[in-house]
Design a protein around this ligand. Structure first.
Ligand SMILES: Cc1cc2nc3c(=O)[nH]c(=O)nc-3n(C[C@H](O)[C@H](O)[C@H](O)COP(=O)(O)OP(=O)(O)OC[C@H]3O[C@@H](n4cnc5c(N)ncnc54)[C@H](O)[C@@H]3O)c2cc1C
Length: 518
């Protein structure tokens, strides 16, 4: 069995950034007297890009946050210098389709790019993926050429990891052809977020039921939708999207692109969500005047976590009553929130973190500007409707050629209502499953053998100050949600900028470990 110094499970942004930083340190410090053996195991056919920035997303997908919220300050000039090289013709591994999309994007933003006025710009996600992959490939080749490190890329799904003597781990991998094992001194679990929350929408009456828009890829999903739509008469080309998370916005944006080419491609889309509103992040907008309840609270000497959450909810409701979404007021809300929460006592701060943090994230979801524009265009033509309510189930019996039932929340009363309309195409965008009910084999195995534990917040895996869930086993990525250590307190962890900064901290820890193993 091959023994490695470090094994990464998963090769999205989290492991790419951690590995890149480790290799940079190995290259720049001549403290090691032997080459470091590293393996990266990835179940998808593509390394370094993960779900968000690779071929599982669409080449047309944009970042959901503008540059100023996406990049670390130190990373921004590096990325844009790299982009300048691409603009001047050094296109490396960019495919013909990516080039076409990139040329259009550069044309739309050429003034801003030329002036370096990029903070409010949303970049094509594939571009960040290409950037990551090129960085990794270059440094791996450099380290290999100088006998500093060797990185094996292993295709397969890790289904189990068992702790051995000397705090090593045996890692079980399932590939297309076989099951096999490798062993490692340091294991990094960077497998992304939890699996999606599967809806109970498996009614046989429905023509097409999409549970996970990124499986196997977003392009495959869009092709399935295209095929289904063309088989339906125009009045029945209706799509129900359950949930209004970032995936829902992405789906609407991509469907709108098709609608521009063919106005009849679909009849209408209905998005059923708790807010019943589209979300938009307006960069640098000032909506502080909407935040009356938070302002009143700030005047008080002290207050509880419950009172803070109550004020937030009232202010968001106030925004919604004024036809603004949580995305509209996000910058102002965050600014005031961060000031106010500093005044919470330690006990109340912990309570806010554990009890309310996740709700705060949920009600302040946002989407990128182009996505919002797509939503606005479709609303104007009557092709997109937002419905406030919580999904319950699909009808067993078809009504009006395929109606559906859902719970509709009106003035605090929960009334089950039936929406009359035919929805032969249903898309699940309700977000991720809960870690306590995870369907992911590897996490289930690790939890059941007590190699990792669910954190107190119940949103991710418990780690110490060094991101370690067990001896020599480190976690990086969205599974750190709920981390509450001296240096890091996050109830939600998906943002690329935050993950970049945590991955960089982890690389210091792992580098020290391989320089000086204990
Ligand atoms: C569609 C999408 C769009 C997003 N857009 C943005 C954005 O615009 N801005 C932003 O800040 N954040 C965005 N995010 C948040 C995102 O979580 C982070 O930006 C980041 O990509 C997370 O990287 P990761 O490496 O932790 O996870 P992932 O990108 O999910 O990578 C994990 C990798 O591990 C592999 N894997 C999983 N399990 C196993 C296993 N058992 N064995 C082997 N391999 C395994 C997966 O195939 C995957 O490639 C987006 C997320 C998604 C899903």
């Amino acid at each position: 069995m091959k023994i490695y110094d470090i094994v990464f499970i998963g090769s999205g942004l989290s492991s790419s950034v951690t590995l890149y930083n480790i290799l940079s340190k190995i290259r720049d410090n001549s403290v090691l007297n032997k080459g470091v053996n590293i393996a990266v195991v990835e179940k998808n056919d593509e390394f370094w890009k993960g779900i968000a920035y690779g071929n599982r997303a669409s080449v047309h997908s944009l970042t959901i946050n503008p540059v100023k919220d996406f990049f670390l300050e130190e990373e921004k000039p590096v990325f844009f210098q790299w982009l300048e090289k691409i603009r001047s013709g050094d296109q490396g591994t960019i495919t013909a389709q990516e080039k076409e999309v990139l040329d259009d994007w550069i044309l739309s933003y050429s003034d801003k790019l030329d002036q370096g006025n990029v903070d409010g710009v949303y970049i094509p996600r594939f571009l960040y993926g290409v950037y990551l992959a090129q960085k990794l490939e270059k440094i791996i080749a450099e380290c290999k050429a100088n006998n500093l490190a060797n990185v094996d890329l292993i295709s397969g799904e890790v289904i189990n990891a068992v702790k051995q003597d000397k705090n090593q781990y045996t890692v079980e991998i399932k590939s297309v052809e076989e099951r096999f094992f490798i062993r490692t001194n340091v294991l990094v679990l960077s497998i992304g977020g939890l699996d999606i929350n599967h809806t109970n929408g498996n009614s046989s009456n429905h023509f097409l039921n999409i549970d996970d828009i990124y499986y196997p890829t977003l392009d495959v999903t869009l092709n399935k939708i295209d095929v289904a739509l063309t088989l339906l008469p125009q009045p029945l080309r209706n799509i129900l999207i359950i949930g209004s998370n970032a995936s829902a916005s992405e789906m609407v944006y991509l469907l709108n692109k098709r609608n521009k080419v063919n106005q009849d491609s679909f009849n209408k889309i209905v998005i059923l969500s708790n807010s019943g509103l589209p979300d938009r992040l307006v960069v640098n907008s000032d909506y502080d005047h909407i935040l009356m309840h938070l302002r009143d609270l700030e005047e008080k000497e002290n207050y509880s976590a419950d009172a803070l959450m109550d004020a937030i909810e009232k202010d968001v409701k106030n925004a919604i009553d004024n036809q603004l979404s949580a995305g509209n007021i996000l910058y102002s809300l965050n600014e005031r929130f961060f000031k106010i929460q500093k005044k919470l006592s330690d006990i109340e701060a912990l309570k806010f973190f554990r009890v309310h943090g996740w709700s705060y994230t949920r009600i302040t979801r946002r989407t990128s500007e182009s996505y919002y524009i797509a939503e606005a265009e479709l609303i104007k033509t009557g092709k997109l409707h937002f419905l406030k309510g919580r999904f319950v189930k699909l009808c067993d019996e078809q009504n009006n050629n395929g109606g559906l039932n859902f719970t509709y929340e009106a003035s605090d009363t929960v009334i089950e209502k039936e929406y009359s309309g035919a929805f032969p195409i249903i898309i699940n965008c309700t977000g991720s499953e809960h870690i306590t009910n995870t369907s992911t084999t590897l996490i289930k195995n690790l939890i059941s053998k007590q190699i990792v534990k669910i954190n107190e917040n119940g949103m991710g895996l418990a780690v110490d100050e060094n991101f370690a869930a067990n001896n020599n086993l480190y976690i990086m990525g969205p599974l750190l949600a709920g981390i509450y250590t001296k240096n890091y307190k996050f109830w939600h962890l998906e943002n690329a900028k935050r993950l970049n900064s945590l991955a960089s901290a982890l690389s210091d820890i792992i580098f020290s470990k391989i320089v000086c193993p204990v």
